[in-house]
Design a protein around this ligand. Sequence first.
Ligand code: FAD
Ligand code: GLY
Length: 371
Amino acid sequence: MDVAVVGGGVIGCSVAYHAARRGASVVLLEAGEIGAGASGAAAGMLAAQAEAHDPGPLLDLLLAGREAHRSFEQKIREATGLDPEYVWEGTLRVATDEQSRERLRTNHLWQKEQGLTTRWLEGDEARELEPALFPETVAALHLPEDGQVNSPRLVRTLALAAVREGARIEEYARAVGLGVEGSRVTGVRTPEGEVAAGCVVLASGEGSAALAGGIGVRVPVRPVKGQILSVVPRYLPVKSNVWGGRCYMVPKRDGRVVIGATVEPGERDPRPTLGGLAALSGAAVDLVPELSGAAFATAWGGLRPGTPDGLPIIGPVEERDALLVATGHYRNGVLLAPITGEAIAALALGEEPPLDLSPFLPGRFAEVTSR
Ligand code: FAD
Ligand code: GLY
């Protein structure tokens, strides 16, 4: 194989698709089922502007990631006949008090300075846009270019697209280590033996640290648990992704409203708790009161792959030839999947990636320890 990808989340499947599309022979190994990790849990927001805290490399990447989805949407639908349910209705960030109004105002001003499309709305204007918002809405920031997608469907669509391009996907195939000869990574070790490959891509989400650590490479990805739930109202009360201070809600094309999410660093059990769901439900009903009558559908949780500096880890490991890392996308892996897949596929084939990866290279953390 030219490329062995470890991990069948949205990142691994995107890498497999993009590499196979460029003509590489690709195998993807997934410990469980495709989308079993964070990607199957995600709310699916393509919220480049809502997730941005300040100008810098992460903002640039998030914006490029959103842009990549716009062309990707049609390509992936044509390639598979599947519809991952994209919606481009923007994000509305809602201020519930004077403090949050100030924070949003600051956000609005720097985004405007960066030339981004952002609209400041006073409370009554916000309620004209989203009439179901609670009556005391103070103000809101409208980010009309953000979008959303059905994340579990997107992962399956990507997996099918990869297979159509000739990739082989193996589920229930856990990597137990990486093969190494001298400084070169030679493949992926599984309980059945080694899968040899010209290049290995580590895309195993919060499982990446252990695999890299096994050959002395530091990929400091840590789980940040998110609990999330869905309800089925009689009709969708909001059009856009709506963010309050204590929850967000994402109206899905299938009639559900997905309400998320807790942020719990270091928690390893992905199952939702009563306390987490109570907090999210209360926050959602405060933000959009008519949701109190919506039928509860289901609740779940996932482990975001977080990094110490909040930036993803994308690119080659200098001291280990033929090892590429694509992980640590924390809150934005769905948003960043197409662009990460493109960049890693280019590197795997010895080509220039389509964006400057220098802020995201694995080498910013400790290098290979002697082993
Ligand atoms: P994962 O999806 O976790 O995939 C890694 C895969 O590797 C897993 O399937 C795992 O089984 C497999 N694996 C692990 N170890 C091994 C091994 N040894 N051998 C083989 N396979 C292995 N992002 C957004 O962009 N928008 C959102 O709205 C959004 N909402 C979120 C809401 C919640 C509640 C959570 C938890 C996350 C959310 N995210 C969102 C973040 C997003 O889910 C992640 O950034 C993204 O899914 C990471 O993708 P991944 O492929 O790197 O990891
Ligand atoms: N991006 C939303 C979340 O991670 O909860």
